[in-house]
Ligand binder design. Structure first.
Ligand SMILES: *Cc1c(COP(=O)(O)O)cnc(C)c1O
Length: 372
């Protein structure tokens, strides 16, 4: 296994200025309406790994295309993992990351499952810091805007044999992101897939890898046909236990004020937002329970009022209220579906978390790291 970062030196990166960087006016025009994942900053971070050298040649260079041999292993066998986090601008102009070490550690766990080399935590934080320092002017300052950071690692050896790649590339790119809910938080409807699973026991469900997303696109298209924004996946074995959405974890608010999230099953992605909500909701006085939740409990709970609110969570949208759960032959709707907005507990948890991220509330748990 290639987990040992042996041979890797302490983090130090070089910088090559982009001679064709956008002007202040061009950047301002993009930041005025950044969208999501369509515009990228002027630079990118790159480093490579080989068994002999470990991670080496860390550099921030002009953003641009990668030149890949057609035999590059990732294009054939999908040996690839990624992360997603945001840089938040605070009112005093400083720029911060939220629980960046948790992203670094999750990338290491994903790497282990995909037989990729571990990137040392200091290299992960260093890579993000180096890119955000270079492109600090790209961090927007509007309400609930951020610079979305996408670290990713892939098998870059040109070889068609099936084995872990002996040349690996790690990169970070950055994309300014507008508010996820520009007109205020709105509820989404979910589609229960009875045909497809996201991940099976012993599979890659707990790793943040591109392959899981590839497998979710067809059921996602099915959901869209049903007028739903996302798919709910059940466990692959019994088709009974709620796992998560294609890219977000789930929470249920019960009538007694407690909140429940499906316990980690080995095929659920361990969301950092999911984990943070356990702490934040506890701070707010809610009892938090991790346990198995069946699809029948969801349907019956919403119908009889035991479940008062349902929400999804992840870095991109933070917390998204769920209106309807639809399936082939029926649907149940929480109150959020009626007026299209958040339930009270959902809104309370969302605000508490966003206030920490944007520096409006005290960082009681040491979650924030200054980047610039
Ligand atoms: C990234 C991801 C999440 C959410 O994780 P966060 O760390 O909260 O952003 C949930 N489910 C899947 C499948 C994911 O890939």
């Amino acid at each position: 296994m290639t987990d040992s970062p042996s041979g890797t030196a302490p983090f130090r990166s070089s910088f090559t200025q982009n001679a064709a960087a956008r002007t202040d006016a061009e950047r301002a025009a993009i930041l005025a309406d950044p969208g999501f994942g369509v515009n990228f900053t002027d630079h990118m971070f790159l480093t490579e790994w080989t068994p002999a050298e470990g991670w080496h040649d860390a550099r921030v260079v002009p953003y641009g295309p990668l030149l890949l041999d057609p035999a590059t292993a990732v294009l054939h066998y999908a040996q690839e993992i990624f992360e997603g986090l945001k840089a938040y601008r605070h009112a005093d102009g400083s720029v911060w990351a939220f629980r960046i070490e948790a992203n670094a550690e999750r990338l290491q766990r994903s790497a282990h499952r995909l037989a990729l080399p571990a990137l040392p935590v200091e290299w992960f934080t260093g890579s993000v810091q180096a890119l955000v320092t270079a492109d600090e002017a790209w961090v927007p300052s509007g309400e609930e805007t951020s610079l979305y950071l996408r670290p990713f690692m892939f098998a870059s050896e040109a070889f068609l044999g099936v084995r872990p790649s002996k040349h690996v590339t790690y990169s970070v790119i950055a994309s300014p992101a507008g508010a996820y809910f520009p007109g205020g938080v709105t509820a989404v409807d979910l589609w229960l897939s009875s045909t497809y699973s996201r991940a099976g026991a012993g599979g890659t469900g707990a790793a943040k890898c591109g392959g899981n997303y590839a497998a979710s696109l067809l059921p996602q298209a099915e959901a869209a046909e049903q007028g739903c924004a996302q798919v709910v996946f059940l466990d692959a074995t019994e088709q009974r236990w709620i796992e998560e959405l294609g890219g977000m974890n789930l929470y249920f608010v019960q009538s007694d004020g407690s909140i429940v999230t499906p316990e980690l099953s080995g095929s659920i992605l361990e969301g950092i937002t999911r984990d943070s909500i356990m702490t934040i909701a506890g701070d707010l006085g809610h009892q938090v329970v991790e346990r198995r939740v069946s699809i029948d409990e969801w349907r019956e709970g919403v119908a009889d009022g035991t479940i008062t609110e349902v929400f999804a969570c992840g870095t991109a949208a933070v917390v998204t209220p769920v209106g309807r759960l639809k399936w082939d032959g029926g649907e149940v709707a929480t109150e959020a579906a009626a007026d299209g907005t958040s339930g009270k507990v959902t809104a309370e948890i969302r605000s508490a978390l966003v206030d920490v991220q944007y520096g409006r509330a005290e960082d009681r748990h040491g979650w924030m790291t200054r980047l610039a």
